[in-house]
Design a binder for this molecule. Structure first.
Ligand code: GLN
Length: 312
């Protein structure tokens, strides 16, 4: 990759331009409302942040506004579980794309309660089971992990979103019970779901999310603290599964147009990892029918194109 091109380019101005460009686009997509508390967000918000491994942070728009990280939390849950149980994890969850919506249940029965990957709901619920079994206080461990990564103690769960997820979580509960019937969930299902809903309900800003995940662009080492968050091999593995499954059944198109490991959440956030360079986080609440932020996709596509960031 030609790094000199990037350094000559005026990134701060371009990041600002991208937010303005996104704000000017006609509103398409819909804010998630299947978890009613998520619908309380102002739909026109747009934020963009880029945190580099050499310590620069570029951002624009609503990049300091907290939003519900939702499925982006699946990355952090996976890293914690990999650190705790090692390779045995991959007997209980696989690493293949699902080709189905993030909350689909059909595949689980055919495949004997083993989720296709850790980034669909069934896979993340399985990971929640691992965390509940291996931590005496898994929710506390999860929030402490994020606080450590973000370098900020003031990170919390949105209690309204948490309760709303619990009240409207029948489909997730169905998946958890189905996996339990196959013997692939070990802990009490209600405790597993509590953990899963809790981690989805964490609030972070684009700036905080981009900064928190820089270890994935830096072979597992957090560039700000030099602390090793996961092994180099596991950072590679997380990025590989993000590339094939992080954007659900739009992952193929995302690899084709953007070419970066990435993860979306129904709160409207998207993070994209640029190995050896940094992390982009875009946020805007309106989603396309895959559950990915419309304007988030637009901004990340433009940024990756302009800076030549594709890993392929
Ligand atoms: N909490 C959401 C759910 O379980 C997360 C889904 C997502 O962000 N794609 O349905």
């Amino acid at each position: 990759m030609d790094w000199t091109v990037k350094h000559e380019f005026d990134i701060p101005t371009f990041v600002q331009q991208l937010v303005e460009e996104a704000r000017a686009l006609p509103a398409t997509g819909k804010v998630a409302d299947y978890i009613p508390a998520l619908a309380n967000v102002k739909p026109e918000q747009v934020g963009l942040a880029l945190a580099t491994i050499d310590g620069k942070l570029y951002s624009a728009g609503d990049a300091q506004t907290g939003f519900s990280i939702q499925s982006i939390s699946k990355i952090l849950g996976l890293v914690m579980a990999m650190n705790r149980v090692g390779d045995s994890l991959w007997q209980r969850v696989h690493m293949e794309p699902s080709g189905l919506p993030f909350n689909s249940i059909v595949q689980l029965e055919y495949e004997h309660g083993i989720p296709r990957n850790p980034f669909i709901n069934a896979g993340a619920i399985l990971i929640a089971d691992v965390l509940v079994k291996h931590y005496s206080a898994s929710r506390q461990a999860f929030i402490s992990f994020i606080r450590q990564l973000a370098g900020c103690e003031q990170i919390f769960v949105d209690e309204g979103v948490f309760q709303s997820e619990k009240q409207h979580g029948s489909r997730n509960a169905a998946m958890a019970y189905l996996m339990k019937s196959f013997g692939n969930i070990e802990a009490d299902v209600e405790r597993v779901l509590e953990h899963y809903f809790y981690q989805c309900s964490v609030t972070l800003s684009c700036q905080q999310l981009a900064t928190s995940l820089t270890f994935l662009a830096n072979r597992g080492v957090h560039p700000q603290t030099n602390g090793m968050i996961c092994s180099r091999r596991d950072a590679h593995r997380v990025n590989a599964i993000l590339s094939t499954s992080g954007m659900y059944d739009q992952s193929g198109e995302f690899a084709f147009t953007v070419g970066l490991p990435a993860k979306s959440g129904v709160g409207g956030g998207i993070v994209a990892i640029v190995p050896g360079y940094g992390v982009i986080c875009a946020w805007s609440p309106r989603l396309n029918h895959f559950g990915n932020s419309c304007l988030g996709m637009h901004m990340i596509t433009r940024l990756a194109e302009q800076l030549g960031l594709s890993v392929y």
